[in-house]
Design a protein. Structure first.
Length: 283
């Protein structure tokens, strides 16, 4: 199966980036968000990133224009009827995601693959909200999508080999490297990354060191390009909390309990870079 037309649902940090890389790879793309402001912001971000790439000499003006001509913003999920693949990138919440998948199952053509960019939620459970579990799969991009080379491809219990192969081929077309992962809480990336971030938050909570010093230890001591608290701000503290809860519930092990300070920040609306404040302040 050749995938030509794609819809991305959710135009937030991830959805906009995913739409951009699909359009750059020559696919026709619909970008949808239930929130008009978020949709507009997502489209503007894509335009800004492409314009910057031209300025820096990494892209020709012509390529920028043709990429943008393949992108359509839409406020209706009904455009899924024209698509071979739909990638969902809405908030990390099972109820919201299963509602979206139920709707998509009714609207999308029979052959279409339904993928989720979930960071941690079980693909098998998302798939069970549809009548096409063999065509449901996890396509987990990393942030920022246009830069990061990895895509974790998650097979749900009933995902078919054909579906897996189509998504693996597409990942190569995007110029990214696929890794095949089975459906376990947090997959590989977040099962390893999130407990480290959570531990960094505990280290702050217990007063062991300051935000800046914790990040400096991990940057200079471990050669990480970014400290764990800054990374948490970039991912979104609400997303970090959801993922820790998924790990905690999924494995039933207290080592995954979310730090109370993380909960407190999320309750305060300090969600990291996207809300202007997290462990650091942003303009
Ligand atoms: P975000 O909060 O930036 O964007 C989510 C967008 O979805 C919002 O614009 C919201 O208006 C929209 N939305 C919510 N419900 C909707 C619906 N029913 N229909 C259409 N649009 C809807 O979140 P972000 O960070 O982009 O995360 C999205 C997904 O990607 C989550 O599942 C997250 O776990 C996953 N992810 C996040 C990463 C990160 O670093 N932030 C990395 C990899 C995956």
């Amino acid at each position: 199966m050749t995938i030509k037309t794609v819809m991305v649902i959710g135009a937030g940090q991830m959805g906009a980036g995913i739409a951009q890389v699909f359009a750059q790879a020559g696919l026709q793309v619909f970008l949808n968000d239930m929130n008009e402001v978020a949709l507009d912001k997502g489209m503007k971000n894509i335009e800004k990133l492409l314009a910057r790439a031209v300025e820096k000499g990494r892209m020709e003006e012509e390529e920028k224009n043709s990429t943008l001509s393949r992108l359509t913003s839409t406020n209706t999920i009904n455009d899924a009827q024209h698509c071979d693949l739909i990638v969902e990138a809405v908030v990390e919440n099972m109820n919201v995601k299963t509602k979206v998948f139920k709707q998509l199952d009714e609207i999308a053509p029979k052959h279409a693959i339904l993928a989720s960019n979930t960071s941690s939620l079980p693909i098998t459970e998302i798939a069970s909200a549809t009548n096409r579990a063999s065509q449901v799969i996890g396509m987990h991009f990393m942030n920022p999508v246009p830069v990061m080379k990895l895509v974790e491809i998650i097979r749900g219990l009933q995902t078919s080999d054909e579906t897996y192969q189509a998504i693996e081929n597409l990942t190569h077309r995007l110029g990214k490297t696929p890794v095949e992962v089975s459906d376990f809480p947090g997959f590989v990336s977040n099962r390893i990354l999130m407990p480290m971030i959570n531990e960094a938050i505990y280290t702050l909570y217990e007063g062991v060191a300051s935000v800046e010093d914790i990040d400096t230890v991990m940057k200079l001591g471990m050669n990480h390009p970014m400290g764990p608290l800054q990374l948490a701000d970039f991912i979104g503290l609400d997303t970090c909390l959801y993922i820790m809860e998924v790990l905690h519930e999924g494995f039933g092990d207290s080592k995954y309990r979310p730090c109370p300070l993380l909960r407190k920040y999320v309750k305060a609306g300090w969600l990291g870079k996207k809300s202007g404040r997290g462990f650091y302040q942003y303009d």
